[in-house]
Design a protein around this ligand. Structure first.
Ligand code: TEU
Length: 544
């Protein structure tokens, strides 16, 4: 698309590089693997690819511990290969979005190594949050903030002379020290990193943990019920100025470069404050993803989302999953159809057939809504969460830091199955994939699905093809159609309509409807439970 507002209704495919495609057979996905699959992504109907962090990293948190923003992780490839990938993707109509992680760096980033070496009071330490401990011997942490990975958020350093030293803040793992965003070098460096990638043709950045980088410098404890802007490290007002600086960098380029925020905020209005003509273009809408499979819940989520976006003129985004949450096929197959995170931690058994049916219907629902659409790699194959990875193969720090209580996020990160011949990420792979593929992988592979018209892959392809050709899906308008309880039905434009049956009873197709696409078999003119349809539905003439 040459449209300058390409991002407003784009289909963005998320590539978790480590697990997408392995060209050199070392068991780890790589950039050449992605390059060899670019036509797959173009044929699928993607407009852009978002790459999770591909920079050099010790992988303490799957690359979200960046050691150098101006290079590529050697296991993934080289900077030259990244440049070629960006260009070749663009030639196929695929824009590139890279991941920026402003909250923290890797503990092996030169800045942090310098900070450790230079010691207390040094300018190098000013870029992070170093503090003396509390208590007589300084052996108590400066705060009792809790990490979203569970566990402590401060780690004590050792002075060059071997004595116990200052503590440093890490909202995630100790290998991810938090940056101090009131430091001017931190700001300048990140704006320079943006230019580095924009200069290489990147069309946008995804901003990781975007609500967290600014901290209250007084480091108070988290209040029991923090009011808006009162939390010491979430959604601080100073963030807006930072992202305005980023937007100015993006806007200094002729064609549109976008900022997509990863903002975990419950309050839809606080969320919308980041979506401004001088701030972020869009942000992930996680509300939908965390709701159970119930018509009332999902319709409420759609309404709240659209209502929050409308006044700021920003398009909504629709996200069914990503590399942090339980795969939809598994999530929606649980009898309690629990929330994304709850499902991980307290997972009840999942019915794969039910989950599969609902995930197909959910795909049709989200793809019919106004705004941009994110697809996490493997969801187009209907991959389930892999819940039986042997303990000694697990990698995710979220699992280990919870003392093993949280299964962690590895189950949605198992390398993709491409062929029926092997179970690895690449063809003719020699090494075992970095996470072991389950026995069902070959049957779910691209090769197994690509000529099967009933497959999830076929559904995604047809869905995205129609999404492009149906002009009614281009604008932001949505109007609800009358529907019985358990059913979500809406119209887009003058003739397109979507009906999703989340109830227990079949529901009839509306009169005069012409079927475009169904997520599963219909029963005559009845839409069975857990099924979605796309329709052409003529507007009823208003009587004169
Ligand atoms: O996740 C942001 C975040 O807040 C996570 O704690 C999230 O709540 C959790 O992963 C849910 O299971 C981003 C990235 O998407 C994630 O992969 C990183 O681990 C994290 O930031 C730290 O950079």
């Amino acid at each position: 698309r040459t449209d300058p507002a390409w991002w407003r209704n784009a289909v963005i495919y998320q590539v978790y590089v480590r697990s997408f495609a392995d060209a050199n057979g070392d068991g780890v996905g790589d950039l050449e693997g992605v390059r060899s699959r670019l036509t797959y992504l173009a044929d699928l109907g993607a407009d852009a690819i978002w790459f999770t962090p591909w920079y050099p990293s010790p992988m303490a948190d799957g690359g979200y511990d960046v050691a150098d923003y101006r290079d590529i992780e050697p296991r993934f490839g080289s900077l030259e290969q990244a440049e070629r990938l960006i260009t070749e993707a663009r030639d196929l109509g695929l824009r590139t979005i890279v991941d920026i992680v402003p909250n923290h760096l890797s503990s092996v980033h030169p800045w942090f190594e310098e900070a450790l070496a230079d010691g207390p009071g040094s300018p190098a330490r000013e870029r992070f949050w170093f503090r003396p401990g509390r208590g007589k011997n300084g052996d108590e942490m400066p705060t009792h903030w809790v990490s979203s990975f569970s566990g402590d958020t401060w780690t004590r350093t050792v002075n060059p002379d071997g004595s116990p030293g200052e503590w440093y803040l890490h909202l995630f793992t100790p290998q991810q020290p938090d940056l101090n965003w009131s430091n001017t070098q931190v700001r300048a460096e990140h704006e320079d990193v943006l230019r580095f990638w924009f200069d290489r043709g990147v069309a946008g950045v995804r901003i990781d943990s975007a609500a967290m980088p600014v901290k209250d410098p007084l480091l108070p404890e988290v209040p029991a019920r923090p009011g808006p802007g009162e939390h010491p490290f979430i959604d601080r007002d100073e963030l807006h100025d930072i992202y305005r600086g980023w937007r100015a960098v993006a806007d200094s380029y002729d064609d549109e470069r976008i900022l997509v925020g990863e903002l975990w905020l419950d309050d839809a209005r606080r969320f919308a404050r980041y979506l401004r003509p001088d701030e972020m273009h869009t942000a992930f809408n996680f509300d939908f993803m965390t709701r159970p499979w119930e018509a009332k819940e999902l319709r409420a989520s759609i309404e709240t989302t659209l209502a929050a976006h409308e006044p700021v003129h920003a398009p909504a985004t629709w996200v069914l999953s990503n590399h942090d949450v339980t795969r939809p096929v598994t999530r929606y197959g649980r009898s309690d159809s629990s929330f994304a995170f709850a499902a991980k931690r307290f997972g009840t058994p999942s019915d794969p057939k039910l989950g599969h049916r609902r995930a197909r219907a959910a795909a049709l629902l989200t793809a019919a809504l106004p705004g941009s659409l994110y697809i996490y790699q493997g969801d187009e194959l209907g991959l389930p969460e892999v819940e039986d990875i042997p303990l000694d193969k697990l990698q995710d720090p979220m699992h280990f830091r919870s003392g093993g209580v949280d299964p962690g996020r590895d189950g949605c990160r198992v390398p993709l199955p491409w062929t029926t011949a092997n179970t690895g990420a690449g063809e003719g792979a020699h090494a075992e994939p970095w996470l072991p593929p389950p026995a069902i992988w070959p049957g779910l592979s691209v090769e197994a699905q690509q000529h099967d018209p009933q497959s999830m892959l076929a559904l995604y392809r047809e869905m995205l093809r129609l999404r492009r050709s149906e002009t009614d899906l281009e604008n932001d308008q949505l109007s609800w159609l009358a529907a019985s309880s358990g059913v979500i039905a809406f119209r887009r434009g003058t003739q397109f309509a979507c009906v999703v049956n989340l109830g227990a009873e079949a529901t009839p197709l509306p009169d005069q409807a012409r079927l475009l696409l169904a997520s599963g078999p219909l029963d005559g003119d009845q839409v069975p439970p857990d099924t979605a349809v796309w329709l052409h539905l003529p507007m009823v003439k208003i009587e004169e």
